[in-house]
Design a protein around this ligand. Structure first.
Ligand SMILES: C[S@@+](CC[C@H](N)C(=O)[O-])C[C@H]1O[C@@H](n2cnc3c(N)ncnc32)[C@H](O)[C@@H]1O
Length: 434
């Protein structure tokens, strides 16, 4: 099934001609330091900040913060925020995008030194720099040609070898251009390897130009460098953060949806090349920290489905998927897991919404951007409606569901909604599930 999720910066497709999910040119500063195909657009966040009436006395949470769009948009407006993200590379990206150093006077000078060092290493090395065999095995085949990879690894070595407060900006710029300027990857919206291979690229030059942009953005927004945007690596199903108990006014987020998308593949190249993932075990540990949304990350030990046992519509949907599988005579290991993923997904979201409650103020408003799906034998999964039911069982009230955009699913010849589910936390003394 071909459906598109969020398109990000210009290297990505427009999502079937839709413009509402594309970043606007005037919004690119800071956001564009690193985005991915799953990022939602800053103007969507802004819409709900305005609608909810957020100001500099509010606290906004994004529990699935990805590349930090919600947090960056809050910080640009002087609104304090908190973000949680399970993937190490996107956690690094959102944290770096939310750390705005005030004194940037030495940034370009340092970048220049690193660029010179990297250029020397590239010119003088008798052999190409490579990844270990185990790291290579984690990459999508042919994601990057040997020469650009080698140059990028030399640049990383130069960045790591320089003691500087700007280290993370330097590394993030490399992460961005590894994907968009040096690699063979394309996003349509699934990550794949394009036909045209980039055999070489001006790695150091492109990277240095990016540092000029970063410095300019930091100067533009220096008035808000002190606005808090605390980003943590964690699991939104088991929220930790005592300092934020009872303090969250608003949640603006886009969790994964049950769509067979392996979220770890989208960022695999930069995760591996920059050392965020070194082994198969690292990858497995990261996947286990994700909400279950595809058959490649469900495990025997999963128990999130126990959180939605009382919700009959999810059981009915899961049973229908299993019945259809039998009717169609589908027997692969993955197909057998479709009905399980659906239960584990909504169970994981129930666990999240349950454990979120102690952090919310009474009357807190929440916006969850989710897409309908039909990835499992074309049976429609109305994600926002089911998530609304889960939320209502936990003391939230569904205020409204707004359609953000529609995508045409060729397999079902049907339109699938991408919705914003607006919830209000009633703050009643609801019995916690556990
Ligand atoms: C649709 S993306 C969010 C994109 C984000 N709105 C942005 O603009 O970049 C969903 C994110 O949830 C993260 N995620 C998945 N399971 C998670 C969990 N259990 N806890 C926290 N984050 C999780 C994924 O790594 C991914 O970055």
């Amino acid at each position: 099934m071909k459906t598109s999720e969020w398109s990000a910066t210009s290297p990505f497709p427009s999502g079937g001609g839709n413009t509402e999910n594309k970043i606007r040119v005037e919004d690119c500063s800071v956001h564009d330091w690193y985005r991915f195909v799953l990022s939602f657009p800053p103007h969507l966040v802004r819409q709900y900040l305005v609608e909810f009436g957020a100001d500099n006395s509010s606290l906004v949470l994004d529990p699935f913060c990805g590349t930090g769009t919600t947090n960056v948009e809050c910080k640009k407006a002087g609104i304090p925020s908190w973000g949680i993200e399970a993937s190490p590379v996107t956690y690094f990206a959102s944290r770096t995008k939310c750390t705005w150093k005030k004194d940037t006077s030495k940034l370009l000078e340092t970048a220049e030194r690193i660029a010179e060092d990297a250029a020397k290493k590239i010119a003088c090395s008798p052999a190409l720099k490579t990844l270990s065999e185990e790291q290579n095995a984690l990459l999508l085949k042919n994601s990057i040609c040997p020469r650009p990879l080698s140059d990028a690894l030399f640049l990383k070595e130069a960045i790591d070898g320089c003691e500087t407060p700007f280290h993370d900006y330097f590394l993030l710029a490399l992460a961005k251009h590894l994907v968009y300027s040096y690699s063979n990857l394309k996003f349509g919206p699934e990550v794949g390897v394009g036909r045209v291979k980039r055999e070489s690229a001006d790695i150091v030059g492109i990277w240095f130009q990016e540092m000029e942009t970063v410095r300019r953005d930091l100067e533009t927004f220096s008035a808000f460098s002190g606005t808090r945007a605390d980003i943590f690596r964690g699991d939104a199903r088991e929220i930790e953060g005592d300092a934020f108990r009872g303090k969250v006014d608003f949640v603006i987020t886009s969790p994964p949806y049950p769509n067979e998308k392996d979220y770890s593949r989208t960022t695999r190249l930069e995760s591996v090349a920059l050392g965020f993932l070194k082994t198969k075990d690292d990858l497995r540990a990261v996947k286990q920290g994700f909400i279950r949304s595809n058959t490649k990350n469900v495990y025997r030990s999963d128990t999130d489905d126990s959180y939605i046992q009382g919700i009959s519509s999810i059981k009915t949907l899961s049973d229908e998927i299993e019945r259809r599988r039998r009717e169609l005579g589908k027997t692969s290991g993955f197909e057998r897991l479709y009905s399980t993923v659906v239960k584990q997904y909504f169970g994981g979201m129930a666990r999240h919404l349950s454990n979120l409650r102690p952090y919310l103020k009474e009357g807190a408003m929440l916006a969850y951007v989710v897409g309908d799906q039909a990835s499992y034998f074309q049976i429609p999964i109305r994600t926002s409606s089911l998530l609304g039911e889960v939320a209502e069982s936990l003391g939230y009230r569904v205020e409204k569901v707004e359609t953000f955009r529609k995508r045409f699913a060729t397999a079902t010849e049907d339109w699938l909604n991408e919705d914003v589910l607006i919830l209000k936390y009633e703050g009643k003394n609801h019995e916690y599930l556990r």
